[in-house]
Design a protein around this ligand. Structure first.
Ligand SMILES: [Zn+2]
Length: 154
């Protein structure tokens, strides 16, 4: 999920070292250099912080496009957490030229954490059902989410 503004982002900050690590990754990508999975892993562990799910509503995570900090829900199972962390890190590294920022973040995360992606989908479908009064409303909502996260163009 890419949010443009969330008030509680202001409560947190990351170190100068983390900000410069993110800047290194952006520079490498601009120059067309490949970035190792280990480097992405290091960056996502530093820049994507765990947050109680209540602080995120029912989102699995959030990050500002091009920002320096993101969040992942504590409620997620371990592999899903890796996938969501990598997804949110991708938002921090995006330039705004992506056709569908959500699809492109999922694509990057699934290349490295495929099973985590499946676990995220299963967890999300089960977890969010309780917020909808009827099955048909929930199915309509899921269709909207599917279009948002899994189709390359919107
Ligand atoms: Zn997202």
């Amino acid at each position: 999920m890419a949010n443009t503004e969330k008030v509680w982002h202001r409560k947190y900050s990351v170190s100068a070292g983390t900000r410069s690590l993110l800047e290194d990754l952006r520079r490498a990508r601009r120059r067309g250099r490949s970035v190792s999975r280990q480097k992405y892993r290091e960056a996502m562990e530093k820049a994507i912080l765990e947050e109680e799910s209540v602080g995120l509503g029912f989102a699995n995570g959030t990050a500002i496009l091009g920002g320096d900090i993101g969040f992942v829900s504590k409620a997620l199972p371990p592999r899903a957490k890796l996938f969501v962390r990598r997804h949110e890190l991708e938002h921090l590294l995006q330039t705004g030229s992506e056709r569908n920022a959500e699809f492109s973040a999922n694509f990057a995360a699934a290349k490295e954490y495929f099973w985590g992606g499946l676990q995220t989908i299963m967890f999300t479908i089960r977890y969010r059902a309780r917020f909808f009064a009827t099955k048909s409303r929930y199915v309509a909502y899921l269709w909207g989410e599917f279009k948002k996260y899994f189709l390359p163009f919107r």
